[in-house]
Design a protein around this ligand. Sequence first.
Ligand SMILES: C[S@@+](CC[C@H](N)C(=O)[O-])C[C@H]1O[C@@H](n2cnc3c(N)ncnc32)[C@H](O)[C@@H]1O
Length: 247
Amino acid sequence: MVEQAPFSLPSVAFFGRTLAEYLQCFCLDAKDLRGKRVLDCPGGPGSFAAEAADLGCEVTAVDPAYESSADELEQRGRTDIDACIAQMRAKPWAAPPSDLDAYAAAKRAALERFIDDFRANPSRYRAASLPVLPFADRQFDLVLSGHLLFLYAPLAEDGLLEGHRFDLAWHHEALGELARVCSAEMRIYPTLALNAAPRRHCYASPIEADLEARGWCCSFLPSNYAQYAPSWNDCLVARRLSVSAST
Ligand SMILES: C[S@@+](CC[C@H](N)C(=O)[O-])C[C@H]1O[C@@H](n2cnc3c(N)ncnc32)[C@H](O)[C@@H]1O
């Protein structure tokens, strides 16, 4: 049981990850991405989109922050990395078990690669916010959503966000929208309760039931991404069961 102050944030951090980290989080192999139309939502200041494009993946990253300039994003990314790392030093249950300096260096490297690609390939990055996405039905083969859903639920509901912006009703709408634009498979990570004794997030069960009612088959795959305790460190995988399902 966590006995100290919870890991909490007043707003969603602009904090990103590398391709290698994504493969761990989402239980994927690089070859799973080749030739696929992939949506990364939210993309944050991560290098996944740039690196996956190099592998032959047609990737689109979405984030409301992308309405800002590259200079503004770089500044915001540096500030948010520093703030998150400082809080992880004080609250080790929310930090990777490995070297925190190396972890922070990977975040800064991801930010630099993102900023270079954001400038060089702006069409890969779209400014938009869940639960409304500017895409056609089933436009993507694979939808990845990391470190927003579940994690930024209200503090009192297994998340780390102060306030109730991303409550359960929002989660149902956001998952419905991700499902609408996805033709085959969605992966959501993480799915654990961050500030509690290890267990699955309290929204996971209602979200799973909702997706199954919409014609999706859900499973939880153990992730080997090392930021969180190994128990309940799962990725939610949802596969569309039938091409005639409505969403
Ligand atoms: C912690 S980052 C996660 C980035 C990346 N997916 C990862 O796993 O590292 C969360 C991102 O969610 C974005 N965000 C905030 N509200 C959002 C919304 N309503 N829809 C989509 N993205 C949102 C933020 O701008 C931020 O970049």
